[in-house]
Design a protein around this ligand. Structure first.
Ligand code: SF4
Length: 260
């Protein structure tokens, strides 16, 4: 009898503290950490549930092109803050037509925008910092959209922003936007790619790009908060240039700041 119980009760069962933690998302990230963007994207698009590509109107058109070539069904959404460049709107339309896709446009709540601009004017971010305006025009619409999804696919790369994106995984849980009883997964297929690799893909595949890139813009956001950069300036220096460099996130990827 004593011998029998030795087989039933392992040391780990006697001391649950000794059981190693196993996070399935972290394990998946480890498995895909060195895979190609295409493989990571293929994995994301083969998952059950509602998953969509977040398209900002800039270089992450690469994700749409890869998804189209994978010939799997995919969804795309984009945030229209109301402050984008005319060139970005034209680019969104060009991509919509070229790939024959629906781009699900997410708008901010009009009453929230009205209250902010009526109280503070149209350029309060130059005095207050960008958080309130980005919160209303970007984060709230994104939160509403993500509440309808199980996963989202972003064009984030590690080389995009000093101090905020240099450690992003290729697959991660996104607790900041998860709802009760639902764990949102974020896929970053381009995390390992550099800007040079993204642009090699764009040129090689001859896919459309935002014409602002031809005028020195690299990281493109809203018109009042984006400017071209000079040779050898980091791309993020063209965004919210009046603020501290290591805090240049708009809240869409808030988890990047929490890790600082
Ligand atoms: S990037 Fe600028 S204009 Fe756009 S939502 Fe943020 S603060 Fe507002």
């Amino acid at each position: 009898m004593e011998t029998f119980s030795l087989f039933l009760v392992s040391p780990l069962m006697q001391d649950p503290q000794r059981i190693p933690a196993h996070d399935p998302v972290e394990a998946l990230n480890a498995e895909y950490a060195q895979r190609s963007p295409r493989e990571i994207l293929a994995h994301a698009l083969s998952q059950p549930g509602d998953i969509a590509i977040s398209f900002s109107g800039a270089e992450d058109v690469v994700l749409i092109d890869m998804a189209a070539r994978l010939k799997k069904p995919f969804r795309v959404f984009s945030l229209d803050t109301g402050r984008l460049h005319p060139e970005t709107y034209q680019f969104l339309e060009k991509v919509r037509q070229q790939y024959g896709i629906t781009i699900e446009i997410c708008f901010p709540k009009p009453e929230a925008v009205e209250a902010m601009v009526n109280a503070k004017g149209l350029f309060s971010f130059y005095q207050d910092d960008h958080k309130e305006c980005c919160g209303i025009r970007k984060v709230q619409p994104l939160r509403a959209k993500l509440a309808t999804l199980d996963g989202w696919i972003t064009g984030q790369r590690r080389d995009q922003s000093p101090g905020t994106r240099d450690a992003i995984p290729v697959i991660q849980a996104d607790p900041g936007f998860s709802g009760p009883g639902k764990s949102l997964i974020k896929y970053n297929p381009l995390a390992n790619w550099t800007s040079a690799e993204v642009w090699s893909y764009i040129r090689m595949m001859e896919i459309p790009y935002n014409p602002l890139h031809e005028r020195g813009f690299i990281s493109i956001g809203c018109e009042p908060c984006t400017r071209p950069v000079l040779p050898n300036q980091h791309e993020r220096e063209g965004r919210w240039w009046w603020e501290e460099a290591t805090h240049k996130e708009c809240g869409l990827h808030a988890g990047n700041l929490e890790k600082e």
